[in-house]
Ligand binder design. Structure first.
Ligand SMILES: [Fe+2]
Length: 297
């Protein structure tokens, strides 16, 4: 064989081996990413763990590694950012979310757990009560001791943890409805600029509206890190926007209109699982740790 062809062939084989090895590893591991947010309105430190998009995934043997990691982190609360389930699996029936519920039960024994719907649960909810599937799922979460934040909020050490759940038309592929600050206000009320407000909501795609409403920090998932991640490029595929989603992972910032020097930050988790495309490349699962820290005057 021509030596040049031989080198090309060797390079292709090496690349395929690398690709397969990374794919294999990233489908089976998760990392812990830490974020620190400082603000003068935060009176006492608060530590959150954010878990999103489990989609019933099990990290072998039984998700105990996730529970161990959360226990070690020692959060004040665990936030579940939606998509614990897979909608299509749920409507087929059976024990549709036993894997996720088993995990949630153990997490709730370690820390208070708060939850908002992702699009998969929202879809189930909007199905018009088919076999009371959503109600059964929600009742199971409550039985685990989870607090469901259906467009409601809780005071956490003087900060506000506010849940926001969007109807399915805000998740339409390629024809996504644009959210406005007024619409958010009609769902969860007016923003209180005197209170540091954490908005727990599934999709990052409405970040502009969250900032316009006045959220200080948004915690989101949904994009799964863009399935595959490349250096300098980021995520490759998003659920609504197709290739190269605008938001795929990490921290984003926008000014809050009309608020002097206040910034809306968004922490976008890569999530823990996957469903339609059961692969993650250079994109392991993510447990996000968010530290809210008082800022000195
Ligand atoms: Fe989602």
């Amino acid at each position: 064989m021509n030596p040049v062809y031989r080198i090309i062939l060797i390079l292709i084989v090496l690349f395929l081996i690398f690709f397969a090895a990374v794919l294999f590893a990233d489908n089976r591991r998760f990392v812990v990413r830490r974020y620190v947010v400082r603000d003068r309105r935060i009176a006492k430190p608060v530590r959150y763990v954010l878990l999103t998009d489990l989609h019933e995934k099990v990290y072998p043997p039984d998700n105990e590694k996730i529970v161990d990691a959360v226990r070690e982190i020692g959060p004040d609360a665990v936030l579940l950012g939606g998509d614990l389930i897979v909608y299509k699996k749920a409507v087929k029936g059976g024990d549709f979310c036993e894997n996720s519920l088993s995990l949630v039960r153990r997490l709730a024994a370690a820390a208070p757990v708060f939850y908002v719907n992702g699009n998969h649960e929202q879809h189930l909810m909007e199905d018009g009560g088919k076999d009371r599937l959503y109600e059964r799922f929600a009742d199971s979460l409550k039985a685990c001791g989870v607090c469901l934040l259906h467009n409601s909020g809780r005071d956490i050490s003087g900060t506000l943890l506010q849940g926001l759940e969007l109807p399915m038309d805000y998740y339409e592929r390629f024809h996504m409805r644009t959210l406005s600050a007024d619409r958010i206000e009609s769902m969860i009320g007016q923003n209180r600029p005197d209170v540091f407000t954490v908005l727990l909501t599934h999709t990052p795609d409405q970040f502009e509206a969250y900032a316009d409403w006045g959220a200080d920090l948004c915690l989101c998932g949904h994009i799964h890190g863009g399935v595959a991640r490349l250096p300098l490029i980021g995520g490759i595929i998003g659920p609504q926007s197709g290739f190269f989603p605008r938001y795929s992972a990490g921290v984003y910032e926008r000014p809050i209109p009309g608020a002097d020097k206040r910034t809306c930050r968004m922490i976008l988790s890569c999530g823990m699982g996957m469903h339609k495309m059961p692969l993650r490349f250079m994109n392991p699962g993510e447990i996000s740790v968010i530290e809210l820290v008082p800022q000195e005057a």
